[in-house]
Ligand binder design. Structure first.
Ligand SMILES: *Cc1c(COP(=O)(O)O)cnc(C)c1O
Length: 403
């Protein structure tokens, strides 16, 4: 194992898009060539002053950045130990962190002269963020979504429609996220020249994990500076939930070389790790290739991706970004799990102690902080990345708990 301690740690891919043994390039030559063009365009654009000026303006006046770093005093008292700070990504336009990378990806697509942006969506969060940015930038948007999810997630489907996005229902197989990925991808490859595939997390073949990490890293940059302005120190721990891994990579990125800062990724153990109803990829996954990249993923006995489960649909994915697999292997980030019940407790604690209703995804990170604050001690502090707001989850939570 690499000895990284007390060294500057930068997590970026090698020439083959690999992070250690994870990640990698698309296998199909035509696709790889399309991805290489995206990578080159990305590397050029991030050196361009005009692009930066545009991003700065959009972040400030459109997303509403910087998002506040808020000291949750009553939640901290409730937890009875370390001070808990919240990085308020829930206050962004569209209510979550996903807008950060959607803005970057769509701006890149526009600069490359693309005509259409495509993606899949599960619960519709990525679809809505992408449709929003496509409306803003005047580019066609096509979102593929399983018929089962369409029926479950009406408000998000309707938002996408209002925003002028073409929502394509997918009825094949189980008619959920997995089939939506295949369908969106098949549509994408019909016109590689004019289409741009906008991936919703630090997953997929190179260069997408790198691109999404880059655009999410604003979260950690702001959090580190804001914490330092408030306290003149570094936090003891930084905590974020991990689905595909974008909000967590975004906030971890600025703290990787600060080895005294404990970095914690929180996965959903759902109804329990001993059951098959969880999505704890980094805890229980095995090495393999999924959706065009190498990572740890939850597999059945034949090596196929397992059916995963989480109360938070944004965390319900069998794989995870290659950076996280690498950071787990070298021991820089610890990955822990939180059950549905612990998540629901945290959802209500934050709502009732602070008047902040968190997304069920984010409530996993909040739950870890509440659970570990006492152990860490009064003189310590935790930053929780509050990746999104819980408006979307309120009806569901009440239907679960009102019995
Ligand atoms: C999509 C989503 C997530 C999970 O995605 P990551 O790529 O792991 O960040 C977490 N929180 C919210 C609010 C989401 O919408």
């Amino acid at each position: 194992m690499m000895n990284y301690k007390n060294k500057k740690l930068i997590v970026e891919p090698d020439g083959n898009g690999l992070y250690g043994i994870y990640g990698g390039e698309a296998e199909n030559p035509e696709l790889r060539s399309a991805m290489n063009k995206i990578r080159d365009a990305f590397h050029n654009i991030i050196k361009d002053v005009k692009f930066h000026d545009e991003m700065i303006e959009l972040k400030r006046f459109y997303i509403g950045r910087p998002s506040p770093l808020y000291f949750a005093k009553r939640l901290s008292e409730h937890a009875g130990g370390a001070k808990i700070f919240l990085k308020r990504e829930d206050l962004n336009h569209t209510g979550a962190h996903k807008i950060n990378h959607c803005i970057g990806e769509v701006l890149l697509a526009k600069k490359m002269g693309k005509k259409k942006v495509l993606a899949e969506t599960g619960a519709g969060q990525h679809g809505v963020a992408l449709a929003t940015v496509c409306a803003l930038m005047g580019i066609e948007c096509e979102i593929h979504m399983g018929q089962v999810d369409i029926e479950k997630e009406k408000p998000n489907v309707n938002k996408m429609k209002v925003l002028g996005c073409n929502v394509i229902p997918v009825t094949a197989g189980s008619a959920t996220l997995k089939e939506a990925v295949d369908s969106a991808f098949n549509s994408y490859v019909t016109d590689l020249k004019n289409n741009f595939y906008a991936i919703g997390s630090v997953v997929g073949p190179a260069p997408f994990p790198e691109i999404v990490q880059y655009f999410q890293s604003i979260v950690g940059q702001e959090a580190k500076q804001q914490f330092s302005e408030l306290t003149n120190t570094l936090p003891s721990a930084v905590v974020a939930c991990v689905g595909g891994g974008s909000n967590s990579m975004g906030i971890f990125n600025s703290f990787l070389s600060d080895h005294e800062v404990q970095l914690i990724g929180v996965e959903p153990s759902g109804k329990g790790l001993q059951t098959d109803k969880h999505a704890a990829t980094l805890t229980k996954g095995k090495f393999g290739s999924l959706h065009g990249f190498k990572c740890l993923y939850l597999q059945d006995e034949n090596g196929n991706p397992s059916d995963t489960y989480s109360i938070a649909s944004g965390l319900d994915y069998p794989g995870v970004g290659p950076q996280h697999c690498y950071l787990r292997d070298i021991g820089r980030v610890e990955y822990h799990t939180i059950t549905d019940d612990e998540c629901l407790d945290a959802f209500f604690s934050l709502s009732r102690k602070e008047g902040i209703i968190p997304a069920l995804e984010s409530a996993h990170a909040v739950a870890w902080a509440i659970k570990n604050a006492r152990k860490l001690g009064n003189d310590k502090s935790i930053i929780v990345n509050l990746s999104g707001r819980g408006d979307k989850d309120v009806d569901f939570v009440l239907s679960k708990t009102a019995s």
